[in-house]
Design a protein around this ligand. Structure first.
Ligand code: SDX
Length: 435
């Protein structure tokens, strides 16, 4: 029951076992649901809350990204993802996420220069790659190499020093494309390609990925624009699983490189960022639109672990606004590249059939950000194993922005959830001979 008898809002919790009532403060943000402040709940009532998967739990204050799942709204520092994807650039969005405002011309020039001039890796880091098998999944390489950055850049690991936090933040945003491109090159046995300072962030990444010493890689402006837009669409997304992983790792005071490596690990899962790779594998498994009904039936069968990858979302119960932008980019890129990928037609047919099926409609399972991204990435020339690497590359700025916000939040302390214990109560030890 919510009351507002003074300027403070609160709800009253009544314990019918004891008849005691407790007033719990209600806190309001700028926009979105109010929250019930339960920080004193255990101390005052002896109860924990119970919320596996944190479906109803706010873990922090944040001013970076706002999502309205029912309305399909995604705002970064107040700007809609549609506006940013249409009118901005990934470098501008990085500045916005980190600093709270879009950069003016001078700020943008300085930010891009700083990122560009930190895109090279310590030469000795190349040795890490040679320790991996050639067929290692690029995400395994990303986790290892990003975590190892802390073994090289000791001058930016003190999380209490604002300057070192800023240096580490720039280093990760700047070096992630180089690390990702090197992971790809290593997996196909081609030589590493160094960054070129005259190229844009997206063009630099494409060049490091696809150029070879034998010939220049011709960068299509449409592909460069699509790459930049894909980075924008994946930059940040509130307190998703990987961002929450980065925050809880950072809450112990772990160095920023280790926290981002933890985020990469969480993103890798097929229920999260790994879904873009899983979507392509699923479309190839379906093979032809005549087979769609069989797979829709499997997705609905509780005894079958198969799920329609790229569909559903913990928060969006309307469309994922990013999917709409990506669907449009899909058509543009495939047309520009003259690619007639039957998988796009299959994906659109699958979307159409799924969205007419009561099971998906009733559960509000719409295509999410991962549904169309893989088709564009495949058209550009990336293997499916690199799809989640690109997601991690783009999400690094979101992780870094959220990590900085967590470190400087006076309300934050080490993340340490409790549990509902269902194991044995205390019991006497039994010798092996008596078991
Ligand atoms: C990302 O959190 C973020 O913001 C993540 C992300 C980001 O930018 O960081 O947006 C990126 O991770 C996008 C999601 C990518 N994952 C996938 O596409 C994998 C397929 N989707 C599902 O695994 C699932 O939809 C989740 C994990 C995304 C969401 O799962 P929830 O919120 O825990 O929902 P649920 O599992 O409780 O499902 C509710 C119902 C269940 O049926 P009932 O028990 O009610 O009968 O919907 C069903 C589920 O079985 N369901 C699906 C389904 N997704 C949910 N059934 C078939 N196919 C699916 N894809």
């Amino acid at each position: 029951m919510s009351q507002d008898t003074s300027d403070k809002k609160f709800v009253t919790l009544t314990d019918h076992a004891t008849g005691k009532s407790y007033d719990l403060p209600v806190l309001s943000g700028t926009v979105g649901p109010d929250v019930i402040d339960i920080r004193r709940l255990y101390a005052d009532t002896g109860y924990f809350t119970y919320d596996p998967g944190f479906t109803s739990t706010g873990s922090c204050d944040s001013a970076i990204t706002y999502i309205d799942g029912d309305e399909g709204v995604l705002l970064h520092r107040g700007y809609s993802i549609e506006d940013l994807a249409e009118n901005s650039s990934f470098m501008e969005v990085c500045y916005l996420l980190l600093n709270g405002e879009l950069p003016n011309a001078d700020q943008k020039k300085e930010f891009e220069h700083t990122v560009t001039y930190h895109s090279m890796l310590h030469e000795q880091m190349m040795n890490f790659y040679r320790g991996f098998r050639r067929d290692a999944h690029p995400m395994a390489i990303m986790v290892g190499v990003v975590g190892a950055l802390s073994s090289f850049y000791h001058d930016s690991t003190d999380v209490n020093d604002p300057h070192q936090r800023m240096v580490a933040s720039y280093r990760m945003i700047a070096k992630m494309p180089t690390i990702a491109a090197m992971a790809y090159k290593y997996s196909i046995g081609q030589p590493f390609v160094y960054p070129k300072n005259e190229l844009s962030y997206a063009a630099n990444f494409l060049n490091m990925t696809f150029s070879v010493p034998a010939e220049e890689y011709k960068i299509s402006p449409a592909v460069e624009r699509a790459m930049d837009r894909i980075f924008i669409l994946h930059a940040d997304h509130e307190q998703n699983a990987s961002t929450s992983t980065v925050r809880i790792a950072g809450s112990s005071g772990a160095n920023p490189f280790a926290c981002i490596a933890a985020g990469i690990s969480s993103l890798w899962g097929p229920a999260h960022g790994g879904a873009n790779e899983a979507v392509l594998n699923m479309l190839n498994q379906i093979g032809h639109k005549d087979n769609i009904p069989e797979f829709i039936a499997r997705a609905k069968d509780k005894n079958d672990p198969f799920r329609l990858m790229g569909f559903g979302h913990r928060v969006y119960k309307n469309t994922d606004p990013r999917a709409g932008v990506l669907k449009q980019s899909c058509h543009e890129v495939l047309e520009e590249l003259g690619v007639d990928d039957p998988l796009l037609e299959l994906a659109m047919e699958l979307e159409k059939i799924a969205l007419e099926d009561e099971y998906f409609v009733q559960r509000k399972l719409f295509p999410n950000v991962d549904f169309y991204s893989g088709i564009i990435l495949k058209a550009i020339g990336f293997p499916t194993s690199m799809f989640t690497v690109l997601f991690a590359l783009a999400r690094t700025v979101g992780w870094v922005a959220q990590w900085n916000e967590m470190i400087t939040d006076p309300n934050q302390k080490i993340g340490r959830p409790r549990q509902l214990f269902k194991g044995h109560d205390r019991r006497a030890f039994v010798e092996c001979k008596d078991r």
